[in-house]
Design a binder for this molecule. Structure first.
Ligand code: HSE
Length: 453
């Protein structure tokens, strides 16, 4: 069948004709912005060979102009007015790597209204304002790319949007916050306390500007909302993610989990069930032999279960300047290749075309059914039977009970692993347990996830 030759290629052998470089305006020249600039400069020729054209930063917005000049040098317009970059007539693509939600939303919407594509690594922005931003982009025929927003170096958005398109995806689960994974690893392996490990993560440039986003689980929840939307074809639903960070996690439980053959990780999980979806971020026990239990330091790991593909696993750096730059630049290369194509030919923002997105109900906390780990401080060894009886009465089936090795100044710690039980039953059982005279202090409960195929 005859087809018109693509004007971007010559007629002799598909060699690209000389296209002018893709011109980039960048807001934010901090850790990620500087990393992006550095990698673009270092790998310029190879990136251009892949993109079919050069990629040039022409304008940068920074709070500290002197610092920006030191990074980008002469020849790039530098300003401290973000709107100037967002609406700059010579900019084809806005790269937003400043972070935050309110002002970033305004810059991104302004760029879109001026017909510019957007690349962002700002998960908070898309988790909170994604629906509005994607709609504006569709209206103006531009693309919003965000590979760097989720598990930075890992091309998980690409995998979900392109590599796995044949599948009905049942669940996505993973470690998607580098800072908390680094903290948990340092506490376990180096014996650092929480504050020391966090300070180290900040010094290495892993943490958010406000590290509460990391340790409270919010950053992982932002990423989970984007993963779930791409996996299930739902609109981004950050507001309904059930979130628990690592601040309430006790070192004692990290050690008890080890004794039982498990490791505690901050997991982000999205499951599709008959009646709706589960969206949750929480510290959970994983069998120590599980592949995700081997994901240490600031690394991330994500498992995706598709009905045709089965389980696939993705692993890579979860934070840091150049790992994020790698994803931001991959998005720029995609844009360099697709610039000029009809919007209907592009990969949809959330993997499914907008008209096909369907909101699914989110299962309430009480209905979520998983295995559990309980730590019950008791006055004496005879209490084990009483605790077992009470759990059975409350429909929480026990898989295993044992004493924590060693002592903790008086109370004995009874460790319980349960079979799957709805959270509502477990909450009721804990409430009743807590009132038993044999119980010597607050009972602790975390979920246990097996994450098997
Ligand atoms: N603070 C984030 C993390 C950076 O630690 O995962 C990458 O998104």
């Amino acid at each position: 069948m005859y087809r018109d030759p693509d004007p971007r290629f010559d007629s002799l052998g598909g060699h690209p004709v000389a296209l002018r470089p893709l011109r980039v305006g960048m807001i934010g020249i901090g850790t990620v912005g500087a990393g992006t600039f550095r990698v673009l400069a270092r790998n310029q020729a190879e990136i251009a060979a892949r993109a079919g054209r050069g990629i040039e930063v022409v304008a940068v917005c920074a709070r500290n102009l002197a610092r920006a000049l030191a990074v980008v040098g002469q020849g790039v317009a530098i300003t401290n007015d973000p709107m100037q970059v967002a609406t700059h007539p010579e900019v084809d693509v806005l790269v937003e790597v400043a972070g935050g939600t309110g002002p970033a939303r305004d810059w991104v919407l302004a760029a879109i209204a001026h017909g510019k594509h957007v690349v962002t690594a700002n998960k908070a922005l898309l988790a909170v304002h994604g629906t509005e931003i994607f709609a504006a982009a569709r209206q103006h025929g531009v693309a919003v790319a965000y590979e760097g927003a989720v598990a930075v170096s890992i091309p998980i958005i690409k995998a979900l949007r392109e590599g796995l398109t044949a599948n009905r995806i049942g669940w996505v689960a993973g470690i998607v916050n580098g800072t908390t994974n680094f903290i948990l690893s340092q506490m376990r392996d180096q014996g650092l306390d929480f504050a020391q490990a966090l300070a180290k993560a900040q010094a290495l440039g892993y943490a958010e500007a406000d590290p509460a986003f990391d340790i409270e689980g919010t950053d992982a929840a932002h990423k989970l909302a984007l993963l779930a939307a791409n996996a299930f074809g739902t609109p981004v639903n950050f507001a309904e993610v059930q979130v628990q960070g690592i601040t309430a996690l006790h070192r004692l439980d990290v050690a008890c989990a080890e004794q039982l053959g498990y490791r505690i990780k901050l997991l982000a999980m999205a499951w599709r069930h008959e009646g709706g979806v589960e969206l949750r971020v929480q510290p959970a026990l994983l069998p120590a032999t599980h592949l995700l239990a081997q994901v240490n330091g600031s690394m991330n790991g994500i498992l995706v279960h598709g009905d045709a593909s089965g389980l696939t696993l993705y692993y890579g750096a979860g934070a840091g300047a150049e790992p994020t730059a790698s994803a931001v630049i991959a998005d720029l290369v995609d844009l360099a290749r697709l610039d000029g194509t009809h919007p209907a030919q592009r990969v949809p923002h959330l993997a499914f075309h907008a008209h096909a997105l369907q909101a699914l109900p989110v299962l309430p906390h009480a209905d979520i059914c998983t295995r559990h780990y309980l730590r019950v401080p008791v006055h004496h060894a005879r209490c084990m039977a009483a605790v077992g009886r009470l759990l059975a009465e409350q429909s929480v089936p026990v898989e295993r009970m044992e004493w924590m090795h060693g002592t903790t100044g008086g109370a004995r710690q009874l460790l319980v692993l349960t079979y799957a039980a709805p959270q509502g039953c477990v909450d009721r059982a804990l409430h009743t347990l807590q009132s038993l005279p044999e119980v010597a202090g607050p009972c602790v409960q975390w979920r246990v996830e097996l994450l098997a195929g």
